[in-house]
Ligand binder design. Structure first.
Ligand code: GH3
Ligand code: MG
Length: 459
């Protein structure tokens, strides 16, 4: 995975050093020599992560971070403060300014890549959701959430370790850790059992664990369905970087080095929790309202409303990039007879099966929707003419091959007629309406010509 990193430092040699390290790992790097410039770039270049030096003339790193986090355009971009070693007060100030993470100078490669990868991966995941949210907001279906609305009262964190991580952690003398419930668990099998039904908000795994292979444990947590995306934090010993590298490979999100600094632990745990809750919040409100607004109730695929909001966007993109795009309308043949013969419920089942088939048989970038009644529309972006024909023909055959349960121990099949219109990427006059109209005319000819066939409009 690659990411665009914005490196900010007033000293050019520092910028160059970080830039070189990151480029060597194939990250894309943009740079700024001061806070103002950094804010400007963050607004216009949408980096995936910002590495921000603290001490700079003009506005310093804390102030810059605060401004970034106040701006709705940039607040979702993770900020890593690059602080001088041993400056505990800097870390607190950074936390208060809203920083997501820290790196201490001199910056070590392992820490640098771990933080950058983890935070940019999280961001890209939330970007996808934020994007879908923005679509929902445009449709008037949902409101865009604010990060402040997402914080929960208590985070449940399980620590897997044979020894205490920090003395007196349970009764929490440090207010930095307030609101986080830590519990120890030293039986790994018990943990794996438990998380099948009862997920905490986060798990910390001590890589020095002796009673069980800690890497195997991390991998089991990662591969279990429920905990696939659960924040995982490793606790590592200074001398055991080899195991740590493995752990990061397996998908541990972040790590802490012994001896553990409570402030650092608080910052890292909070970062993970905050992101997790943000993602959950986006996902929940999406599934509640957005999905209802844009999905067809019967088939579960997109509805006409969603097509109407997306087709203009897809077409504009095709025009801009001079890429082809095709639109097909599929209409079930003699569907009225299906209802008349087998009943309306069986008719509904036919539509569900077709919706299901379209959903699973197309690429992620394609768009399939139920346009109304027994009509479906499929949009294929970036697909040449011949390719579109092949796909339409494949869909026709797959639908004809569906065995529909008639409810009386017998099964039957249906056919569809498909009309298709093609946009070659060059015309400036094309509109969503003109495409749909031509597809509909082609459909009419498919029906006229005997049904169960694909007609592509004349070139
Ligand atoms: P053609 O091959 O010319 O397309 O014939 P057809 O019978 O498929 O077309 P027609 O337009 O005459 O009939 C469509 C039928 O689809 C009529 C309508 O009752 C039925 N229909 C529309 N929506 C639904 C639905 O949600 N569920 C069910 N079961 N039937 C539906
Ligand atoms: Mg029909």
């Amino acid at each position: 995975m690659t990411a665009r990193v914005l490196v900010v430092d007033d000293l050019a040699p520092n910028v160059k050093l970080l830039e070189a390290k990151l480029r060597a790992e194939y990250f894309e790097v943009i740079t700024a020599l001061g806070g103002r410039e950094a804010i400007e770039l963050a607004r216009t270049q949408s980096p995936d992560i910002i590495l921000l030096d603290v001490m700079m003339p003009g506005i310093d790193g804390f102030e810059t971070c605060k401004l970034l986090k106040e701006d709705p355009l940039t607040r979702h971009i993770p900020v890593v403060m690059v602080t001088a070693l041993d400056q505990r007060s800097d870390r607190i100030a950074g936390l208060e300014a809203g920083a997501d993470d820290f790196l201490t100078k001199p910056v070590q490669d392992l820490a640098l890549f771990a933080r950058v990868r983890n935070l940019s991966r999280l961001k890209q995941m939330t970007d996808e959701l934020r994007h879908r949210h923005a679509q929902g907001a445009q449709l008037g279906a949902i409101e865009t959430p604010k990060i402040e609305d997402v914080e929960r009262e208590i985070g449940e964190v399980i620590i897997i370790s044979d020894r205490p991580v920090i003395e007196g952690l349970e009764n929490d003398s440090e207010s930095l850790l307030s609101g986080i419930n830590f519990s120890y668990q030293n039986d790994s099998r018990e943990l794996l059992d438990r998380i099948r039904t009862d997920l905490p908000d986060m798990i910390m795994v001590d890589l020095g664990l002796e009673s069980y292979d800690p890497l195997r444990l991390c991998s089991a947590i990662r591969s279990a369905e429920g905990s696939r995306l659960l924040p995982l934090l490793a606790i590592a010993d200074q001398e055991d970087t080899r195991r740590l590298v493995k752990a990061l490979d397996i998908g541990v999100n972040d790590y802490l080095m012994r001896p553990i600094d409570v402030q650092e632990m608080a910052a890292r745990v909070r970062t993970q929790l905050r992101r997790k809750w943000y993602v959950e919040h986006l996902r929940d409100s999406l599934s509640q309202s957005l999905e209802l607004a844009v999905l067809d109730g019967l088939t579960g695929i997109y509805n006409r409303r969603f097509l109407q909001s997306q087709l203009p966007r897809l077409l504009t993109k095709a025009v801009k990039r001079e890429l082809p795009l095709s639109v097909m309308i599929l209409d079930v043949d003699f569907f009225k007879a299906v209802n008349d013969t087998y009943g309306h419920d069986v008719g509904d089942a036919v539509l569900r099966e077709i919706g299901h088939m379209l959903h699973f048989s197309l690429r992620g970038m394609d768009l399939a929707c139920r346009y109304g009644g027994e009509e479906f529309v499929v949009v294929l972006p970036e697909t040449p003419r011949e390719g579109s024909e092949v796909i339409a023909e494949r869909l026709r055959k797959e639908i004809a091959g569906l065995q529909i349960d008639a409810g009386n121990g017998q099964s039957f099949s249906v056919t569809v007629s498909i009309g298709m219109a093609f946009f070659d990427g060059t015309s400036r006059e094309e509109t969503p309406a003109s495409l749909l109209k031509r597809a509909d005319e082609a459909l009419y000819r498919a029906k006229e010509g005997g049904r169960n066939r694909v007609i592509l409009e004349a070139a």
